[in-house]
Design a protein. Sequence first.
Length: 308
Amino acid sequence: MVLAAASTTLLAVDASSPPDWSEPARLATRSLLIDATQCGTRLVAVGERGHVLISEDGAAWTQVPVPTRALLTAVTATDERNVWAAGHDAVILHSGDGGLTWTRQFHAPEEECPLLALWFEDSRHGFAVGAYGFVLETRNGGNTWNRRDVDPEEIHWNAAAAAEGTLIVAAEFGTVFRSEDRGAAWTRIDLPYDGSFFGALALRDGAFLVFGLRGRMFRSADDGRTWQAVETGTTASLNDAVQLSDGRILVVGLSGRLLTSRDGGITFTADRLAERVGLSAVVETPAGSVWCFGEEGIHGPVEAEDVP
């Protein structure tokens, strides 16, 4: 279904009240961490109570103060300096020095729409998306954010990925939103599945994966136009994925679930972490070590022999 052209309503940067800054936590590395990203050679992880952690190697982590105490659910970087985080209270944070210091770009708790995913084309143009079809767009690096009224059914937009000029968003009710023009217009695609997708991954060959509730996964080899179901061998919910430097795909989920593919996401082998904790994010460092994030904080490194 092709959606009508989205209307745009300007939302000003919120500067009406001073932010509540996150508090130092002795056990921040063991707290719930929802997402992580690579920012140059540095890793940045975010999670509960506004926790933001940075690391140069994945082994030693430092908590940095940020202007929110809200749960942070997403983080992404465009280069070694610019990184954004977003979460509950519709808060958006930005760092221009690789995650060392942060400012609040947007904050709209009255919307009651937590932000769940971020996608940036470059350091100027990006989207923050979340619950009830809440979509924000910036074209000036977050100095201002515009509301985009895209989805009349207001379903949750949970994850975003882009490859070769195509942008997709994984949503609930088995829905994928697809754009060929960097988010100016969208097409809604209803897959033969009525559950939620929590994650999306763009592969280096241009294929896409979406995955989520009860181990459900679909793959597209034609820029997100058509999708085929993938057998995962698990009913654990799947939350995040990364394509490793050697080409393997690693998907993580609840109960410590690890899924690995060596054929571009066509087939997967199932394994799990010994801790069996819920995993919500996975990142590979430039040095090739793999770290997982979720319940009880940071897990790893996941050695090569641990991944099928």
